[in-house]
Ligand binder design. Structure first.
Ligand SMILES: Cc1cc2nc3c(=O)[nH]c(=O)nc-3n(C[C@H](O)[C@H](O)[C@H](O)COP(=O)(O)O)c2cc1C
Length: 400
């Protein structure tokens, strides 16, 4: 077996382990995949100039967020249908996150009930991600998440409608689901995956069973989530409704515009996740790393700003921190690990990120992560943020 040294190796392993329709669901993006590519291209353009002859014998990677210590400045992004990559995928991700001292965000579209995840994977830092399909259902989810002990609520705001994922359509991965001959061949070519799935039994959106929405038809609720049929009438005013229901930290995920960032804080958000959903929603959106400095500047220290999208190595996390992120969230690389080797794969990917981060810090002369923004690291060439070059230079003292 070729050694799996980085996210690209894990991606190749996942590609051969998974049927095509599952790999494309995990790896795919919206429209032409431009936004997904932009996430990487713009990260690649952020350079960090090392400082030398500093004591880096014990790099401190820990940070504090909402009063809790994270051992690393990264967490597990919310992802739906993790049980398709590996049975019990949500639990495997949550346990690995806990073992590494980093947070896990459970998706509304998980394949485990939110209460069961807490029972099976606690203790750990668990956040709950919310999709609002309709208000009554969302209220139920929020109340259940509070009762189950989730520490923060992440409202995803970049899915008013589903992104155009043409690979899923081509693969027949849609509602109503009708297996084609091509689909069956695809599954048969991956007998290990098929055997694991057959043993695990039926997969569903476990948070949305019929008992969770009395009077509703469970099958149509499940279909609505798969097609991302959301409540399109959600507005800034709706945040007051959520704020009343949820007393803990409330974060908005999918904010890219500085004005939206300011508005979010005015409407009671406690944190923001700068994200374009890994390029799975608007293909015209800027990369997350390019949008980050504008949001950080708009928030002006009023709340922690997180970022996700395209993070593939430890250095990427440092790049984001250098541009003002408190921490980053990891998406696809963890699913590549999960799909290739189950819980052991997730653990291996997180271990690589940690080792990468420690090496990167030492090479850059960073003793701890609080040093990053003010350390004199030099960010980028003249245009490391294509949309806002001047903001990058204006926002952080000695980052030029
Ligand atoms: C397979 C998959 C499913 C996802 N499901 C959700 C979801 O249910 N809720 C959500 O807010 N974001 C979801 N996302 C977006 C991730 O939370 C995150 O924003 C994105 O994956 C980060 O980009 P990266 O994969 O390049 O790291 C999903 C992403 C993937 C790859």
């Amino acid at each position: 077996m070729t050694p799996r040294l980085n996210s690209a190796d894990w991606r190749a392993a996942a590609r051969s382990a998974l049927p095509r329709f599952v790999f494309d669901y995990v790896d795919g993006a919206a429209d032409d995949g431009l936004c997904k590519r932009r996430n990487r291209d713009d990260l690649d353009r952020v350079t960090l100039t090392p400082r030398v002859l500093r004591d880096v014998s014990r790099p401190e990677t820990g940070i504090k967020v909402f009063g809790r210590r994270w051992a690393q400045p990264f967490g597990v992004a919310p992802m739906g249908l993790n049980g398709l990559s590996w049975p019990g995928g949500d639990e495997a991700l949550a346990r690995a996150a806990a073992a590494h001292g980093v947070p896990f965000v459970l998706s509304t579209a998980s394949n485990v009930r939110l209460e069961d995840l807490r029972a099976r994977a606690a203790p750990g830092i668990h956040w709950m991600q919310l999709y609002v399909m309709h208000r009554g259902l969302a209220e139920g989810l929020v109340e259940r998440a509070a009762r189950a002990g989730y520490e923060a609520l992440v409202l995803t705001v970049d899915v008013p409608v589903g992104g155009n994922r043409e690979l899923d359509v081509r693969n027949g991965f849609r509602v109503p689901f009708r297996p084609t001959a091509r689909f069956l061949c695809d599954v048969m070519r991956h007998p290990r995956w098929a055997w694991r799935m057959a043993r695990a039994g039926r997969l569903d959106f476990a948070n949305l069973r019929v008992e969770d929405a009395p009077g509703a038809d469970s099958a149509s609720l499940q279909a609505a989530l798969l097609t991302r049929a959301m409540d399109r009438s959600l507005t800034w005013e709706s945040l007051a409704w959520l704020r009343r229901l949820w007393k803990g930290p409330l974060l908005l995920k999918g904010v890219l515009h500085p004005d939206d960032a300011r508005r979010a804080l005015d409407h009671g958000a406690d944190g923001l996740i700068v994200s374009n959903h890994g390029g799975r929603q608007s293909d015209a959106a800027p990369s997350a790393i390019a949008a980050l400095p504008g949001v950080v500047q708009a928030v002006d220290g009023g709340a922690p700003v997180f970022m996700d999208g395209g993070i593939r190595r430890g250095d990427d996390a440092i790049r984001a921190l250098a541009l003002g992120a408190r921490a980053v969230f990891l998406g696809r690389p963890l699913l590549y690990g999960l799909a290739s080797a189950g819980a052991a794969g997730v653990d291996a990917v997180l271990s690589q990120f940690k080792a990468d981060l420690q090496r990167g810090m030492a090479l850059l002369g960073l003793e701890n992560l609080d040093d990053v923004p003010g350390s004199g690291l030099v960010v980028g060439g003249p245009d490391c943020s294509p949309s806002r070059p001047s903001r990058i230079s204006s926002h952080q003292g000695d980052i030029r």
